[in-house]
Write a protein that binds this ligand. Structure first.
Ligand code: FAD
Length: 407
């Protein structure tokens, strides 16, 4: 793959750069690029206005096909857009779950009616989405989902609890994996429902995180309702659809992450220079290593995404998730090393975390969400390397009494 801009890509880059230079001004420029992972509740109003400004000019959902309302941008064009976006210091995007996860899943599995209903508001930044997968006893083991949905006339009635639902408090819709076939087990009998959040049957309780903010929540469903036609894919085959969303999460949506990582690394180098820490060989080596690893990750992602037209295949998606989660957690640790003792104190009232403290604390989650490192290693071990499957835990059986044994 040729990584230089073709004439068409060069003109696309020019168009993106010019538009961003003209629009990342005033209140948008003042945000200094904030609002990314771990900082998503920051200046939400301003970022929502920005989202609509992007949409009006056709700069959301670039990678979606033209008939779905996107630009049909190639992977190279999406990379260019993200590069220019980061370079311009534009605000962290609000609609990432809609644009990167549920949008592509609806494009892939939705009916024409579902596409017409749900895609335009995602593209226009007027409807936000959250992901209702995890439950108290179904995280890594997602097939253990217990939230139930039963049909009542023309509607699904949903009862159960989800947890760690990012941005549920600001979302209009949630895609919820539910058990719709009573008595079914594991990945059979699940359905993937699209559920409106603003209704009496749903209660969202924010969870306070290490960072003192509350990006994620507990979400309780107590007789929540959605129309029967709001099932994505086949009834009872929600597992297939749920896996596709995970593959999107671990695939193209990655590109945005990589570029914001580059911005963070550049700022950390500046910070180390400002503190005179670049004189130390160990600090220089660690920063150089972080840079080299980030480049490896970038080329690997580009290679695995080129020519892709749908969810990334599980092995590539897992390698990418394992690599970036570990890299970013390592960057948080490196930032704390560079800051030294200062990393452990807050400035003074209102005692807010600074950028590096926030990065360090939030990046502890990078190796958990979207599938933990251990789970990615299991997938790579079993499906890429062909290692024996991990032993399944069987329910304990009662051991025989001595009398039974001699009988
Ligand atoms: C910041 C953040 C945002 C999130 N946002 C969302 C969201 O919007 N929607 C949503 O549905 N979920 C969300 N999650 C939940 C996330 O998907 C789960 O936390 C993740 O899947 C792990 O599940 P768990 O927390 O239940 O941990 P568990 O599954 O209980 O795992 C606990 C530990 O055991 C390890 N483990 C588990 N099984 C195995 C195994 N078979 N082999 C080896 N090790 C194993 C895990 O790696 C982990 O270290 C979010 C999580 C975080 C941290």
């Amino acid at each position: 793959m040729d990584l230089r801009d073709s004439p068409r890509e060069a003109s696309f880059r020019e168009e993106a750069r010019t538009w961003l230079a003209k629009h990342v001004t005033g209140e948008y420029a003042e945000l200094g690029g904030r609002g990314g992972a771990g900082d998503q509740t920051f200046a939400l109003d301003v970022r929502l206005r920005w989202e609509r400004e992007l949409a009006d000019a056709g700069w959301t959902c670039l990678g979606w096909p033209v008939e779905a309302g996107g630009r049909g941008a190639t992977i190279a064009e999406q990379v260019i857009w993200n590069e220019e976006y980061v370079r311009a210091g534009a605000p962290g995007r609000v609609g990432v779950i809609g644009e990167g996860l549920i949008g592509p899943t609806i494009i892939h599995y939705g009916t024409d009616e579902q596409k017409a209903r749900f895609l335009p508001p995602i593209r226009e930044g007027t409807e936000l989405w959250c992901q209702g997968y995890s439950e108290p006893n179904a995280g890594s083991d997602l097939a253990n989902v217990q939230t139930r949905a039963v049909l009542d006339g023309g509607e699904w009635v949903i009862t159960g609890q989800k947890v760690w639902t990012s941005l549920a408090q600001q979302s209009d819709w949630c895609f919820v994996v539910c058990r719709t076939e009573p008595g079914s087990a594991r990945h059979r009998g699940l359905s993937y429902l699209l559920v409106p959040m603003d209704q009496p049957g749903i209660e969202v309780r924010p969870i306070q995180q290490l960072t003192a903010t509350s990006e994620f929540n507990e979400t309780f469903f107590d007789g929540a309702r959605t129309a029967r036609e709001n099932v994505l894919g086949q009834e009872g085959d929600g597992w297939t659809v749920a896996l596709a969303t995970l593959a999107f999460e671990r695939g193209v949506a990655m590109l945005g992450h990589l570029l914001s990582f580059r911005r963070e690394l550049d700022r950390l180098v500046t910070e180390a220079r400002r503190r005179g820490r670049l004189d130390e060989a160990v600090v220089r080596q660690s920063l150089a290593r972080a840079y080299a690893d980030l480049e490896v990750m970038r080329y690997n992602t580009l290679r695995s995404l080129s020519g892709l037209d749908g969810p990334a295949a599980p092995p590539e998606a897992s390698i990418s998730k394992l690599y970036w989660g570990s890299w970013h957690r390592g960057l948080g640790e490196l930032a704390v090393d560079i800051l030294g003792m200062e990393a452990t104190v807050l400035e003074g009232p209102p005692y807010e975390l600074d950028e590096w403290q926030r990065t360090f604390l939030f990046s502890r989650a990078d190796t958990i969400y979207g599938g933990s490192n251990e789970i990615q290693r299991n997938i790579i071990g079993e499906r890429v390397l062909g290692l024996p499957a991990e032993p399944k835990v069987r329910p304990a059986t009662r051991s025989r009494t001595p009398e039974e044994r001699t009988a």
